[in-house]
Design a protein around this ligand. Sequence first.
Ligand code: ATP
Ligand code: PRP
Ligand code: MG
Length: 282
Amino acid sequence: MLRVALPNKGALSEIASTMLSEAGYVQRRDSRELVMVDPENEVEFFYLRPRDIAVYVGGGILDVGITGRDLYLDAEVNDHVDEVLPLGIGASTFRFAGPAGTFASAQELSGKRIATSYDALLREYLATNNIDASVVRLDGAVESSVRLGVADAIADVVETGNTLKAAGMEVFGAPILKSEAVLIGRTGRTPAGLEVLKRRLMGVLVARRYVMLDYDVRKNLVEEATALTPGLESPTVSPLQDSDWVAVRAMVLKNQTNNIMDELYDLGARAILVSQIHACRI
Ligand SMILES: Nc1ncnc2c1ncn2[C@@H]1O[C@H](COP(=O)(O)OP(=O)(O)OP(=O)(O)O)[C@@H](O)[C@H]1O
Ligand SMILES: O=P(O)(O)OC[C@H]1O[C@H](OP(=O)(O)OP(=O)(O)O)[C@H](O)[C@@H]1O
Ligand SMILES: [Mg+2]
């Protein structure tokens, strides 16, 4: 059995479970369940605090896990745990913020107090950038720390920025880290089932990003048309009953679909159809 750690709560919990369901794995139905066995796929899922996942994987107790890149790096296990696959979900940025109009750059933090829940990540950034500041480690609701007088600035996860705005704060300086949900595993180990899990997750990523495009086009325009729809490897071109025309089938990026359809139509392509990809192995 492949032993997989998944976030039990928070921003990454539902989106990680949904992704695994789309990849064909059985997921828990009740958020209080802590373990879920998927005997058919020979995988066992353990629902744990997202911050603890790197610790379980780093300790060799569980084979792989899904957590945030920021949490994984903050756990300081990257000498023996690797990021195996970025998952394109749960994106956020780890940034400095302070009371509106107070700070303009990270260098101005020298001698100041910075509150954060990601102290290892912050300490490393400060050391690399020669900023001599003190770090105040808090568990959460870090935005309140400045108003309450325990810190001068914060380093925290920002997604929409709404929480900062509500606290009268604004970001400053360059982003410290761009994060997203990632699959992590022990360096140099490929436990049974990991390659299949990776391939399935990559299949979900592709199925989410691409659609299947079908159209008919005159044979003499097929070169121009397929230049617009090159597909992942090569588009399928099939004969039609009318020998002057061919049918073309290719995967295209979902967010480019309508532009490509307009260009194909202008070129003379007709019967342009888009269909969703439910699953794939590339
Ligand atoms: N809007 C968001 N708010 C917080 N974290 C987010 C958001 N979007 C993505 N994430 C990511 O989710 C992870 C944090 O998850 P979560 O909030 O569940 O952990 P936590 O803050 O340690 O726990 P909790 O808030 O339950 O005490 C990080 O990897 C973070 O980058
Ligand atoms: O930019 P936004 O979309 O507003 O999201 C970012 C906020 O969400 C997180 O808090 P969370 O809900 O995890 O609470 P916590 O601070 O107690 O961890 C994070 O710590 C920020 O406060
Ligand atoms: Mg949180």
